[in-house]
Ligand binder design. Structure first.
Ligand SMILES: [Fe+2]
Ligand SMILES: [Fe+2]
Length: 248
């Protein structure tokens, strides 16, 4: 299952294992998720993108968010039977998907795709992989994005499912801001990817004393529509479950 946690463990190394003690083959196809995550430039951009959003009052979009999106995107494709490298590209796209916020929140998907192109190109990734990651990053936003590939669909599903209390920077504000209130009300969220049932369910535990379920729909309807579209691209159905009540 695509495990969700507010403080995700680092994705295990996805690099090809060494054979007979030899180092993995070097070359342009060997840009691993770990090497992207540990890249000093990537670290700066992710930190600064989150700081920019903090300045304008947005919920957390930093290391916690992008690690979780990477992890869920990877697990989603793995559980649906996609090749390891396809899932790893989804993890890399998930990790980089919000770097465009260093430029501006507006059009951050598109600017992020171009920033990622520069970074991954510098790391030696081949163009045929870079363009898949660019398409996924550039299409992750619910208002102007589409699942143009399995990698893109996985990133959309992972990104839209990150609703959680820990994203709220200042709990004092939940009285005033519906986004903070809804995020704060979600005590548990889990993207359940069923291998055999061909079904993906976003399972939420919501404290209705903090936020009514209707508020969730008020602000997250477009995200749910995007998730359903992404699931359809992957040939699976999408459903939402709130406090044990499944809505399909
Ligand atoms: Fe985003
Ligand atoms: Fe995001």
């Amino acid at each position: 299952m695509a495990q969700r946690s507010p403080t995700p463990r680092p994705l295990a190394s996805l690099a090809a294992p060494a054979v007979d003690g030899a180092a993995p083959a070097a070359g342009p196809t060997n840009v691993s998720f770990d090497s992207v995550r540990e890249n000093p430039r990537v670290r700066v951009y992710i930190r600064k993108a989150d700081e920019a959003l903090a300045e304008i009052g947005y919920t957390e979009h930093g290391e916690r968010h992008v690690s979780l999106v990477a992890h869920i995107a990877f697990n989603t494709l793995k559980r649906l039977g996609y090749p390891e490298r396809e899932a790893e590209l989804a993890a890399i796209a998930g990790y980089l998907h919000d770097v465009g916020n260093v430029v501006n929140r507006e059009q951050h998907a598109q600017t992020g795709a171009v920033i990622a192109m520069q970074m991954l190109s510098d790391m030696g990734m081949p163009d045929l992989e870079i363009v898949r990651i660019m398409g996924a990053i550039g299409n992750h936003h619910e208002n102007d994005g589409d699942p143009v590939s399995p990698v893109a669909a996985a990133v959309i599903l992972a990104d839209k499912s990150d609703v959680h209390r820990t994203r709220v920077r200042n709990p004092d504000m939940i009285k005033f801001d519906i986004h903070d209130r809804v995020n704060y009300a979600v005590e548990k969220s889990f993207l359940n990817v069923e291998e055999d049932g061909k079904r993906i369910t976003l399972e939420l535990t919501v404290d209705t004393a903090i936020s009514q379920v209707m508020e969730y729909f008020e602000i997250f309807m477009t995200r749910m529509v995007a998730s359903r579209k992404a699931a359809k691209f992957l040939d699976v159905s999408f459903g939402l479950s709130v406090n044990g009540n499944r809505l399909t």
